[in-house]
Write a protein that binds this ligand. Structure first.
Ligand code: KG4
Ligand code: ZN
Length: 331
C-alpha cells in the first residue's frame, strides 16, 4: 500500500511516499528556517503563507523523486494536529482535495504518532514499548502495547523540553532554532553551574519552566554584576540536568511497567547528549533502544506516512468533514 503523506504543522512543508508503513520511497522537506530566523522564531502567519506557496511544488517533487504517478497512490495521509492552525489547514486542504479527486482513503495522523513511527522506518516496532516523546511542543512518556495504541503515563506540566532549549539558547544569543546549537555548545563545556534537577519526584511528569527561569535569572544576575558567562559551561550544565531527569524517569517507567523496548521520538531525539546517555543506560539495563535517523527526528512527512499505514489498519480513515486541530491528545 503506497501512502502519500503531507506534514505542514509548523515551519516545514513536507511530502513523502511510504509503502506499507516501513519502506520509504521518497521524501521532500522544504524548510522555512531561513525566513523565520530573521524573527528569532516561527511567525505563524508567514508560515501558513509559505506552506501555500510550497505545497503543490513539494507534492510534485515527491512524486517525481519516487518516479511514480499519482494514480499509483493508494491513500492520502495528513497531519491533522496538533500544531499551528493556519499551517495545518494548508496540508489538510491539499490532502482532502487529492483524496476527493482520486477517490482514495483520507487518513488523519496525530503529529506525535508520526514522531513515534519515525522509529518504524529504522526498525519494525516491537511491543510492548515505551516512547519518550521530546519535541518543541511535547514532552511525554507513552506506553504502547500494540500498533497505534497510545497510553500516556506522564507529561510536562509546563514547557516542553525543546521549548526550554530554544529559550535558553536565545538568552545565550544563539540563532533560531537554538536547540541544536545549544547541544553543540554543551559538548565544548564542563558542568560547572549549580542548576536544579527539574521536578525530581516519584511521578512521570516533567517541568522545564523552572530550570529555564533559573538559567535566565543567572544570566541576568551575572550581567548586572558585570561578570561574564561561560556559555559552553552553562550549556553543558543545562543539558546534563535535562538529560538526567529525562533518563531517570524513563528508566524508572521501563522497570515499573516491565518493558524492555524503548524508542525516543521528536526533535530533541536528535540531541547528542540524550542519545549518548540512553545508549549507555540501555546497554547496562538490557533495554532495546531505537532512535530515529537524525534527518527524521525533526518534522517530516516520512514519519506521517509510516504512522498512517497503522492508523489505516486500525480503521482510522476519515471523510471530507475532517478538521485540523491546534491541540489534541494522542489517543
Ligand atoms: O519535533 P520538532 O521538529 O517540532 C515539534 O513537533 O515541536 O522539534 C523541534 C524542537 C525544537 O525545539 C528544536 O530546538 C529541538 O527540537 N531540537 C533540539 C535538537 N535538535 C532539534 N534540541 C536539542 N538538541 C538538539 N540536537
Ligand atoms: Zn514535531
Amino acid at each position: 500500500m503506497k501512502i502519500l503523506a503531507i506534514e505542514s504543522s509548523c515551519d516545514e512543508t513536507s511530502v513523502s511516499i511510504i509503502e506499507n508503513g516501513i519502506n520509504e520511497i521518497s521524501t521532500i522537506i522544504s524548510t522555512q528556517i531561513e525566513i523565520h530566523k530573521l524573527y528569532g522564531g516561527v511567525v505563524p502567519e508567514i508560515a501558513s503563507r509559505s506552506h501555500i506557496e510550497n505545497i503543490t511544488l513539494v507534492i510534485e517533487e515527491a512524486l517525481k523523486k519516487a518516479d511514480i504517478t499519482i494514480n499509483e497512490i493508494d491513500a492520502f495521509a495528513v497531519t491533522y494536529g496538533p500544531g499551528l492552525i493556519g499551517s495545518l489547514l494548508v496540508g489538510m486542504q491539499a490532502a482532502k482535495t487529492l483524496a476527493y479527486i482520486y477517490n482514495k482513503p483520507l487518513i488523519p495522523v496525530h503529529h506525535i504518532a508520526g514522531h513515534i513511527y519515525a522509529n518504524n522506518l529504522v526498525k519494525r516496532l516491537e511491543f510492548p514499548l515505551i516512547s519518550l516523546v521530546v519535541s518543541g511542543g511535547h514532552t511525554e512518556l507513552v506506553l504502547m502495547q500494540k500498533d497505534y495504541s497510545f497510553k500516556k503515563i506522564g507529561g510536562t506540566l509546563d514547557d516542553a523540553v525543546g521549548e526550554a532549549y530554544d529559550k535558553v539558547a536565545r538568552i545565550l544569543d544563539l540563532p533560531y532554532p537554538g536547540g541544536p546549537k545549544l547541544d553543540k555548545l554543551a559538548h565544548q563545556g564542563k558542568d560547572t553551574y549549580n542548576l536544579p534537577l527539574p521536578l525530581d519526584d516519584e511521578t512521570y511528569n516533567f517541568s522545564f519552566s523552572g530550570i529555564k527561569s533559573a538559567v535566565i535569572n543567572l544570566v541576568h544576575n551575572e550581567i548586572q554584576r558585570g561578570n561574564s558567562i561561560n556559555k559552553e559551561n552553562l550549556a553543558c550544565s543545562f543539558q546534563n540536568r535535562v538529560v538526567e531527569i529525562l533518563s531517570k524517569k524513563t528508566m524508572k517507567a521501563l522497570k515499573e511497567y516491565n518493558v524492555s523496548n524503548l524508542i525516543i521520538a521528536g526533535g530533541v531525539s536528535a540531541n547528542s547528549g540524550l542519545r549518548e546517555k540512553f545508549e549507555d543506560l540501555c546497554k547496562k539495563n538490557n533495554i532495546k533502544l531505537t532512535v530515529p535517523e537524525i534527518k527524521y527526528c525533526t518534522d517530516n512527512a516520512a514519519m506521517i506516512g509510516a504512522a498512517a499505514y497503522y492508523a489505516y489498519l486500525d480503521g482510522r480513515t476519515s471523510d471530507l468533514s475532517l478538521s485540523s486541530k491546534a491541540t489534541d491528545e494522542l489517543k
